[in-house]
Ligand binder design. Structure first.
Ligand code: F3S
Length: 340
């Protein structure tokens, strides 16, 4: 079996930057300090569980007033804004709390690519412009971007719904206004190209900002190529991660044997056969340790089968659940300050 890992699998620049800043905050934390993230820092349950074990709190906007009020010399509070960013109102609130209380410290980990869309939305806010944002309405990144635009604004998930809304009797009335279109950073490329074609065909005055993150674009192109050249593909990442799901659907379009796994317990090991070509890719919020572990488990399983051992028996072994206090023998694929 040949296993290939995509060059761009795993943490993207923005997620790495956010997780590095959290590690820095944890390393510098004083006794009694509360470290919290505004929402989950990344969409990966294994990673988030690791943070919980290290005492990092996940808080929401409604927790901020109490956290800021309780911050003092003995119990300072640090709150990290994740790579998706937050709303304009939340950013202003965090800055106000920090100005009023020196023991309350926000750390803005918003990805620069997302910040750029905030700026576009802010700079284009005008009564004679209409913002068309292509993305998932409830995604925190989209909610954040919308808050920076003052004026008429709409969100559409795809070219089809955009088309319907722009029809003469549709929901959007552009009239003499100028449509301004931006995309969620992780939007599917095919979808975005269709939206651009549609808007340009109706409004020659449309202003379009290509805001898909280049990391997403490269990763999706790589997934397309890989899915054409392997027998099975495994996409590793959180089920609630937007870019992971898009990667999965992109690959699945070419290759029916494409599977989504959040961690090693969800691997489709029963589908593996010797001499298969397997491709592994991963979403932007998948830690490299999990990718290594997946590759290692698959290689081990097939090596043992090739050496003449029983496939089903090996499969059973590889799915073994480890309990606290148990002594096990294995290969270390990653070490961080809180776990192995
Ligand atoms: Fe930023 Fe792109 Fe990652 S927008 S968070 S570098 S997927």
């Amino acid at each position: 079996m040949k296993i290939t890992v995509a060059t761009n699998a795993g943490f993207c620049f923005g997620v790495k930057r956010a997780t590095d800043r959290l590690e820095e905050a944890l390393a510098q934390a004083r006794a009694g300090e509360t470290i919290a993230t505004l929402g989950h820092l990344i969409h990966n349950e294994s990673y988030n569980e690791g943070l919980r074990r290290r005492g990092v709190l996940t808080v929401s906007d409604s927790d901020l007033p109490a956290l800021a009020a309780g911050a003092n010399a003995e119990h300072p509070v640090t709150v990290l804004v994740r790579a998706h960013g937050c709303t304009k109102e939340t950013e202003e609130l965090l800055n106000r709390y920090a100005a009023e209380n020196p023991y309350f410290r926000p750390i803005d980990c918003t990805c620069p690519y997302v910040k750029k869309i905030h700026r576009i939305a802010k700079e284009n806010s005008a009564p004679d412009k209409v913002l068309l944002l292509i993305g998932s309405e409830t995604h925190p990144e989209v909610v954040g971007i919308l808050s920076w635009f003052e004026g008429e604004k709409y969100v559409f998930p795809d070219a089809q719904t955009l088309n319907l809304a722009l029809m003469p009797n549709g929901a959007v009335r552009i009239d003499k206004k100028t449509p301004v279109m931006v995309a969620q950073t992780t939007l599917n490329l095919v979808n975005w190209n269709e939206c651009q074609k549609k808007l340009k065909s109706i409004y020659t005055n449309a202003i379009i900002f290509d805001t898909i993150c280049s990391v997403t674009e490269t990763r999706q192109n790589e997934a397309v190529l890989m899915s054409r050249n392997v027998d099975m593909m495994v996409v590793i990442g959180g089920k609630n991660s937007s870019n992971t799901n898009k990667l999965y659907l992109t690959a699945k379009r070419n290759l029916a044997e494409t599977y989504l796994a959040e961690n090693t317990t969800e691997l489709p090991l029963d589908r593996l056969r010797p001499h298969m070509k397997v491709g592994i890719t991963a979403g932007a919020s998948t830690p490299s340790g999990i990718i290594e572990e997946v590759k290692h488990i698959m290689e081990n399983l097939i090596d043992t089968v090739s050496a003449g051992e029983d496939f089903e028996g090996m499969l059973e072994q590889s799915l073994k659940t480890i309990s606290t206090g148990e002594t096990i023998k294995g290969t270390i694929t990653g070490i961080s300050s809180g776990e192995i």
